[in-house]
Design a protein around this ligand. Structure first.
Ligand code: ATP
Length: 386
């Protein structure tokens, strides 16, 4: 499920923000949710710190929305516990289920559905009216949100007179106007075009930082996750794979699933064996690679980002050379596909490098940047401290 209908926002009153922000961390403990035989969440534990912009990321069906809906109280987990601030809102053991409206999260908008009989402005003002915010203050805030969203000109239109993307912005505006202390969002930018999406990422990030709202945000778009989150949770099949700040997620993925999922173009994952019992040299077909240290495992997977490969034109043919298979210009850079025997690699090079299909290249790796994985478990092998 993508989109709007899954969007949920919890709103707290602005006048309580300072007090409530301190209390708005969320603890998820050993949470399991099944739909019949489908295990949507498998023993998930996670602490979302107060003021954090946490993004749940993963392929379709990995359980992101289910987790968000469990926090909101829109789904009842089978096992586990959820604590918001100091309040247990769900516990299978203690038989506690606090309904969404009583979770001390203020109001819950379950869907993006706009009031059809209200204008853009009135739809956005809805939450503020419920809060009984003084008119002047509400007008000022609405004006800012309308400007930020590029909706000022459309303020008097009705939802039926708007495109899907514009409707999405109205719903977003309604949430932003209320300046929530806890903010749960599910793919809120999915209907927007690429440019507006980028602008909205900037706005959302600024908004979140300025209010200190605890934000839990679901997306399957890694650019969104990597650009906005303070921490990203990568999920697969109802399990958490890694929880890290974006840079760490990119540089040190904890397993081959995360390594492969994060990064565009994708990481090179090379299966390699150690011909001798000990040593730091591993081989993959014709490639012989000294990884610079000696893991215990004899069979590994070498993770090398495309920018961690250096290529230069080979003066004569030798074993281990790669041929340029494809050259893909991409603005300031060029993505080069290289083929050597049965191995295919991607390299990211500067745009001014002139390469022709079929040219032979020598390749080398930035050893310090490589991540080494156990071939059997797919887990990162920690290298000894240097
Ligand atoms: P997407 O990015 O496609 O929205 P997701 O990661 O948010 O995916 P969920 O919507 O949480 O995934 O679904 C997790 C799993 O639970 C999926 O296999 C989905 O088919 C299943 N599921 C979700 N809701 C229900 C439901 N109400 N009844 C049965 N199965 C469900």
């Amino acid at each position: 499920m993508v989109g709007w209908e899954k969007q949920v926002c919890t709103i707290k009153r602005k006048r309580n923000v300072n007090l409530e922000v301190q209390m708005s961390n969320i603890k998820i403990q050993k949470l399991t949710k099944r739909y019949g035989d489908m295990l949507a969440l498998n023993d998930v534990s996670l602490t979302i710190e107060s003021g954090e912009f946490l993004i749940l990321l993963g392929p379709s069906g990995c359980g992101k929305t289910t987790l968000l809906r469990c926090i909101a109280g829109l789904e009842t987990p089978d096992e586990g516990q959820i604590i918001i601030g100091d309040k247990v809102v769900f516990s299978s053991e203690k038989n506690i289920f606090i309904p969404p409206g009583d979770r001390n999260l203020g109001m819950v908008f379950q869907s993006y559905a706009l009031w059809p009989h209200m204008t853009v402005r009135d739809n956005m003002k809805f939450g503020l009216d419920v809060m009984k915010m003084p008119v002047q203050q509400a007008d000022k805030r609405l004006a800012k949100v309308l400007t930020d969203l590029g909706m000022s000109e459309l303020r008097d239109r009705y939802p039926s007179e708007l495109s899907g993307g514009q409707q999405q912005r109205v719903a977003l505006g309604r949430l932003l106007a209320a300046e929530p202390a806890v903010f749960l969002m599910d793919e809120p930018l999915s209907n927007l075009d690429a440019r507006l999406r980028m602008d909205m990422r900037v706005e959302l990030k600024k908004f979140q930082a300025s209010t200190g709202s605890t934000t839990v945000y679901v997306t399957h778009d890694q650019t969104e996750a990597m650009t906005m989150a303070t921490r990203v949770v990568v999920m697969k099949n109802g399990n958490i794979q890694q929880v890290s700040p974006p840079t760490q997620l990119y540089k040190n993925p904890q397993n081959t699933f995360v390594a492969d999922f994060i990064g565009m173009p994708r990481i090179n994952l090379l299966s390699a064996k150690r011909p001798k019992r000990a040593g730091s040299v591993f081989t993959n077909g014709d490639i012989e690679l000294d990884i610079g240290w000696c893991p215990d495992q004899n069979e590994i997977i070498i993770g090398a980002r495309p920018e961690d490969l250096a290529i230069c034109k080979a003066t004569n043919y030798k074993s281990g050379n790669f041929a340029v298979s494809s050259v893909l210009p991409n603005g300031p850079e060029v993505i080069v596909q290289l083929i050597g025997g049965s191995t295919s690699l991607l390299a990211r090079v500067n745009h001014d490098v002139n390469l022709q299909q079929g040219e032979l290249m020598e390749i080398s790796f930035d050893k310090k940047a490589l991540n080494i994985y156990d071939a059997e478990t797919g887990q990162l092998i920690n290298r000894p401290e240097s």
